[in-house]
Design a protein around this ligand. Structure first.
Ligand code: FCB
Length: 515
C-alpha cells in the first residue's frame, strides 16, 4: 500500500477472527474470488515505450464518440502505478486478477514484437505472483491495432493470422508463469457493438460486417487455442462470452417468443454453438441469410472454432424481457453515451426490450441475480457440461452514482448488496451441481467505461482522476471480508437504488429501445 492509497484499514480485518464463528453462507474453499480490468480502460501511457494506437484511441478521439470527449490517454495511469495497484489487491486479499494485454503495446501496428511492451506485462505478472495473486490473462479486450483496422480489421481474415502471431509472442515471454489464458473478451461487443451498432470502436454500422467480424474473431480464438495448446498442453485455455437471459415478455404470445429467440440466437448461441457444437444454429443462419455470413465460412473453419477448451468465462450483468412491440417507456442501452446508432443485432429489428419494474443500476441495467443462476445451469446442461468445461464468472458488477466523503470514501451499500446477491446466485448454481470455479468483480478500479468515458464508475476502489488517489469503497472492504471469512453475508435490504426500471421515460432512439 502506498502513501497515495487511502484505506479504511481497520475494517479490512475479518470481524470476529478467532472470537466467533463467521456469519453467513459458506463459500467453498476452492472457489476463487478475484477482480477484473482491461488494458485500455486503466493503463494510459498511450504512446510510451513504443505502443501504437488501437481502434479505441482513434474512436475516443473522434468528436461525439465518447461522453465528454473522454479518452484512455491517461486513464488510471496503471502503466506506472501497477505495483501499488497490486499492493492494493493484496491488502484486500484478492485471489486472482483478470487483466488484458494491449496488442499495440506488444506488437505495434500489429507487426513485429516490441520487447518493452512485454517488459511491462512481465513486471505486472511477477508482482502478482510475488503478492500471491493468480494472474488470469486475456489477449483481446477490444483494442485492435488501428493499422490492422485500416486493412479491414476483423472483417478481414488477415487479422486472424496477426492475432495468432501476437498470442505466440505473449506466450514466449509469459508462458512459464501464467497458466490461465483466455483469447477473447466478449466477441459480441467487439463484433456487434463495434461493427454493427457503431456504439464502440471502430464505429461501423453494418450488420454484414458485424457477422463477418464475429466469424473471424471466433476463428482467431480457435487458432490461438491451437497455437497455445501446441506449445504447452498443460495450459488452462478458453474465452469469455457475455450473455443475456432473453425471456419472452409474454410466453404465451408466439411473436414475443420469436423476438426473444432472435436475441438469444444473435447474442448467445451465435458464439456458443460454433464453439461447443462446431456449427452455427440453423435458425440464426435462416435469419441472417441475406447478410453474407455463409460466404465467410471456409472449409475447416468450424473445426478450428470448436477446438476444445478448458474454461468458459461468463460475463453477466442482466437479462431482459423481450417483446415484439415497442415499449411505452424504455430502458436506455447506455452503451453509447446517447449517440444515435443502430441496434447491435443484425436481424432482430422487431425485438424490443421491456422494463420489468426491477431495480436498475446507473447504466439503467436491471438488477436480476436469479438470471445468473438460470444462465449458469443452462450453459452447463446444454454446452459446457457435455464438453467437460468448467465455468468462471469473469465479469459482473455495477455502476452507481457514487458519492465520496471528504476522505474519498464511498459508502456504496448498493454495490455491496449487488455483489453479495450475485455471488449468492452463483452459489445457488454450484449447489445445483454446476462447476463454477470463481467470480471476478468488474472492476477493481473506476475506469474508462468505453463510450461512457469516466462518467460511470464500476470500481470497488474509487479513483480520483485529478490526483490518481485510490480509495477502497465499502464494497471493497465487504469483498475483503467475504474472502477473509469465506462466508457471504446476505444482501442488505432495502438496497439503496438509483432508480427503478420502467419509471423513467428516457430518450428513445431506435438503438435505445431495441434489445
Ligand atoms: C463489459 C466489458 C468491460 C466493462 C463492463 C462494464 O461488457 O467487458 O470492459 O466495460 O462491461
Amino acid at each position: 500500500m502506498t502513501a497515495q492509497t487511502q484505506t479504511h484499514q481497520s475494517t479490512l480485518i475479518a470481524p470476529g477472527a478467532g472470537v466467533a464463528a463467521p456469519q453467513g453462507r459458506p463459500v467453498p474453499a476452492e472457489f476463487v474470488l478475484g477482480v477484473a480490468t482491461a488494458a485500455y480502460q486503466i493503463e494510459g501511457a498511450r504512446h510510451e515505450d513504443g505502443r501504437s494506437d488501437s481502434i479505441w484511441d482513434t474512436f475516443s478521439h473522434t468528436p461525439g464518440a465518447v461522453v465528454d470527449g473522454d479518452t484512455g490517454d491517461v486513464a488510471c495511469e496503471h502503466y506506472h502505478r501497477y505495483a501499488a495497484d497490486v499492493g492494493l489487491m493484496k491488502s484486500l486479499g484478492i485471489q486472482s486478477y483478470r487483466f488484458s494485454t494491449s496488442w499495440g503495446r506488444i506488437c505495434p501496428d500489429g507487426g513485429p514484437v516490441n520487447a518493452k511492451g512485454l517488459d511491462f506485462y512481465e513486471r505486472l505478472v511477477d508482482s502478482l505472483i510475488d503478492a500471491g495473486i493468480a494472474p488470469w490473462l486475456t489477449l483481446y479486450h477490444w483494442d485492435l491495432p488501428q493499422a490492422l483496422e485500416d486493412r479491414g480489421g476483423w472483417t478481414s481474415r488477415e487479422t486472424v493470422d496477426r492475432f495468432v502471431e501476437y498470442a505466440g509472442a505473449v506466450h514466449d515471454r509469459l508462458g512459464d508463469r501464467v497458466s490461465t489464458w483466455t483469447t477473447l473478451n466478449e466477441p459480441f461487443c467487439a463484433a456487434f457493438l463495434g461493427y454493427t451498432a457503431g456504439m464502440h470502436a471502430p464505429g461501423r454500422t453494418s450488420p454484414a460486417d458485424g457477422l463477418a467480424a464475429a466469424h473471424h474473431l471466433m476463428l482467431a480464438h480457435g487458432r490461438a487455442v491451437q497455437e497455445l495448446r501446441a506449445r504447452d498442453s498443460a495450459l488452462e485455455l478458453g474465452l469469455t462470452l457475455n450473455f443475456t437471459v432473453a425471456d419472452p415478455l409474454d410466453p404465451s404470445d408466439l411473436r414475443d417468443v420469436d423476438a426473444a429467440r432472435r436475441v438469444d440466437a444473435q447474442m448467445n448461441r451465435v458464439f456458443l454453438d460454433p464453439i461447443f457444437r462446431g456449427a452455427y444454429p440453423a435458425d440464426l443462419l435462416e435469419d441472417v441469410r441475406h447478410l453474407g455470413l455463409e460466404d465467410r465460412i471456409m472449409d475447416g473453419d468450424l473445426e478450428v472454432i470448436s477446438t476444445p477448451i478448458d474454461v468458459l468465462g461468463v460475463n453477466y450483468y442482466n437479462g431482459e424481457a423481450i417483446g415484439h412491440t415497442r415499449p411505452a417507456s424504455a430502458l436506455a442501452d447506455n452503451l453509447n453515451g446517447g449517440r444515435l446508432t443502430r441496434s447491435p443485432f443484425p436481424a432482430a429489428d422487431e425485438s424490443f426490450r421491456h422494463p420489468r419494474g426491477l431495480p436498475v443500476t446507473a447504466m439503467d441495467w436491471e438488477i436480476q441475480p436469479e438470471g445468473l443462476t438460470r444462465l449458469l445451469v443452462r450453459l452447463h446442461e446444454d454446452y459446457t457440461g457435455p464438453a467437460g468445461v468448467t465455468l468462471h464468472v469473469t465479469e459482473n458488477g455495477a455502476a452507481f452514482d457514487d458519492v465520496a466523503d471528504e476522505d474519498g470514501f464511498v459508502e456504496d451499500g448498493d454495490r455491496t448488496a449487488y455483489v453479495r446477491a450475485h455471488i449468492g446466485a452463483i452459489l445457488d448454481a454450484v449447489d445445483a451441481g454446476v462447476p463454477v470455479r470463481g467470480y471476478f468483480y468488474w472492476s477493481l478500479l473506476d475506469n474508462f467505461e468505453w463510450a461512457w468515458g469516466y462518467a460511470k464508475r464500476f470500481g470497488i476502489v474509487r479513483v480520483d482522476y485529478d490526483t490518481q488517489v485510490r480509495t477502497p469503497k465499502a464494497s471493497a472492504l465487504d469483498l475483503a471480508r467475504t474472502i477473509a471469512t469465506r462466508h457471504l453475508l446476505p444482501p442488505v435490504a432495502p438496497v439503496p437504488l438509483v432508480g427503478t426500471s420502467g419509471t423513467d421515460t428516457l430518450t428513445e432512439p431506435v438503438g435505445d429501445t431495441q434489445a
